[in-house]
Design a protein around this ligand. Structure first.
Ligand code: FEO
Length: 168
């Protein structure tokens, strides 16, 4: 049986992952509105990944005999000034998520909850990958600057992203 303090913290993270999913879907809408369909596709797939992160926590809480509770989810922003600004916001958000995951791993150690600590290793690895991917796209957007053909090349590349559930 899961300790209440761990159950509450996991439910909080579950809700945050759902917010992340909404945030990226909102970004997908933004990119679509400025005719960058590759960026829109990338963000839409990212929204699916975030929902996968949420569902993994949902299933884990249930497997441990806990109660999954979805908390209040605030509305994400819906507009950004430039294609770069939205991706920078995404990078900042992922750094925030990494901090929350690290706090959860610390809590699992403090409470002697080895199973939750193992679960958190999966999220920690996932965060390394997410931060690296987003930071790479931010860097390329900075290099592209105001050059439409460079932006078009990146957009074209991001069109090919498809949702493949991350390895368990
Ligand atoms: Fe679920 Fe992007 O972290």
């Amino acid at each position: 049986m899961i300790k209440k303090v761990i159950e509450d913290a996991l439910n909080q993270q579950l809700t945050r992952e759902m917010y992340s999913s909404n945030l990226y879907l909102s970004m997908a809408g933004f990119y679509h509105s400025i005719n960058l369909s590759g960026f829109a596709n990338w963000m839409r797939v990212q929204a699916q990944e975030e929902m996968f992160h949420a569902l993994k926590l949902f299933d884990y809480i249930l497997d441990r005999g806990g109660k999954a509770k979805i908390g209040e989810i605030s509305a994400p922003p819906s507009n950004w000034q430039t294609p770069l600004e939205a991706f920078e916001a995404s990078y900042n958000h992922e750094q925030l998520v990494t901090g929350w995951i690290n706090e959860l791993a610390d809590l699992a150690i403090k409470e002697g909850d080895h199973a939750t600590h193992i679960l958190m290793q999966w999220y920690i690895t996932e965060q390394v990958e997410e931060e690296a991917t987003v930071s790479d796209i931010v860097a390329r957007l900075k290099l592209a600057g105001d050059n439409p053909s460079s932006l078009f090349l990146i957009d074209n590349e991001l069109k090919s992203r498809t949702f493949n559930p991350p390895a368990a």
